[in-house]
Design a protein around this ligand. Structure first.
Ligand SMILES: NC(=O)c1ccc[n+]([C@@H]2O[C@H](COP(=O)([O-])OP(=O)(O)OC[C@H]3O[C@@H](n4cnc5c(N)ncnc54)[C@H](O)[C@@H]3O)[C@@H](O)[C@H]2O)c1
Ligand SMILES: [Zn+2]
Length: 329
């Protein structure tokens, strides 16, 4: 087992990573409260609810279980409203701990950093708040029941960390992508730890995304456009991010001098992770409309995350219309 800290002063919290750490759920919650509500979905709970419940029971934590429908299409206002209704019906209190059980990408990305949000028909993740968890348990055993396609989707975010921040980690991924797809425990542990370390450092430096945190959105401006255009759920988030990263790399090659060989390395690794490297075909006009609605727009200008080289990313709004259109076309 290994632990990382997200250094956020009074809101700092630990991330425990390892095989079997789910067993610590009870002790972790008991240190905060005697009462909890577990939120999960039918697919995840079928495999992992029982051990979490036993752990809570063993630690004398009184708990209820609330199942929500599975999938991106349900990450919306109606589901949130149902959750709130159930909390009120269950007489949840301020001190009640919410245990969020689930998530594939969640292990390497959404588990860290406290961004919570729902989708709006006009845009992905449009409504939300920053709210840091008290603790994160990443149990690598849980990946054993994750469908292959979801595992690959998670790897898109892992590749992203190497591309934006750590050329050595990227090279390690090139050497170990097959081991990751084969779910070799040591490789998974290394990739998860490396990803969470990078994310935790970036979040600690810029919790509210006033600067550096925006780098984590590499591939996401295009990726969110793909998700919105194709209807939530047909492209998995990680798949849309994968194709989005390749578009961002093409734009980087055009306007920030990314070497063609580095762009090819990103494409090759992404394809080897069994992820799409080409976006769906959309008219340029539709792309422009979707991109203009992105949350990273500031003062009317879209901010792009570009790679001058593998392992280093920058944020810029200085991209000429003709360069963007050339890449999208
Ligand atoms: N908050 C953030 O900072 C942040 C960062 C990245 C992504 N996200 C969001 O995360 C979402 C994607 O996350 P995700 O890919 O984890 O989606 P998900 O939670 O929907 O999980 C993907 C699928 O795998 C199943 N699954 C998950 N864990 C499983 C397991 N252990 N065994 C069997 N099945 C399992 C789920 O039921 C689901 O069908 C997107 O909505 C994205 O916007 C948020
Ligand atoms: Zn993402």
């Amino acid at each position: 087992m290994t632990a990382l800290d997200v250094a956020l002063g009074g809101r700092a919290y630990p991330i425990h990573i390892g095989a079997g750490v789910l067993d610590q759920a009870g002790a972790t919650v008991a240190a905060i409260s005697r009462r909890a509500v577990i939120i999960s979905n039918a697919s995840v709970s079928a495999h992992w609810l029982a051990p979490v419940r036993s752990s809570l029971t063993a630690a004398n934590v009184d708990h209820d279980v609330l199942l929500i429908p599975d999938g991106e299409a349900h990450k919306n206002w109606a589901t949130l409203q149902d959750v709130l209704t159930r909390f009120i019906e269950l007489r949840a209190e301020r001190s009640t701990v919410v245990v969020a059980l689930g998530g594939g990408v969640a292990q390497v990305d959404s588990s860290v950093g406290g961004k919570t949000g729902i989708n709006h028909p006009l845009g992905k993740n449009m409504i939300g708040a920053f709210h840091q968890p008290r603790a994160v348990l990443i149990d690598t055993n849980c990946l054993g029941t994750l469908p292959d396609r979801e595992l690959s989707a998670g790897l898109a975010e892992v590749i992203k960390y190497g591309a934006i921040r750590d050329a050595q980690f990227f090279a390690w991924l090139e050497g170990n992508i097959d081991a990751l797809l084969a779910r070799e425990p040591q490789a998974l542990l290394y990739a998860i730890r490396g990803s969470c370390r990078i994310k935790a450092d970036i979040v600690a430096a810029d919790e509210r995304e006033s600067g550096e945190r925006a780098l984590l959105n590499f591939g996401h401006t295009f990726g969110h456009a793909i998700e919105t255009a194709s209807g939530y759920g047909s492209w998995l988030h990680g798949e849309a991010v994968a194709a989005g990263m390749i578009l961002a790399a093409r734009l980087s090659e055009r306007v920030r001098g990314l070497a063609a060989s580095d762009r090819v390395r990103l494409e090759t690794l992404t394809a080897r992770a069994r992820l799409p490297i080409a976006p769906p075909s959309l008219p340029v006009r539709r792309w422009r409309e979707l991109i203009a609605r992105d949350k990273k727009v500031e003062g009317g200008a879209v901010r792009f995350i570009l790679l001058p080289s593998l392992g280093r990313a920058i944020v810029t709004s200085e991209v000429r219309e003709e360069d963007l259109e050339a890449v999208l076309a």
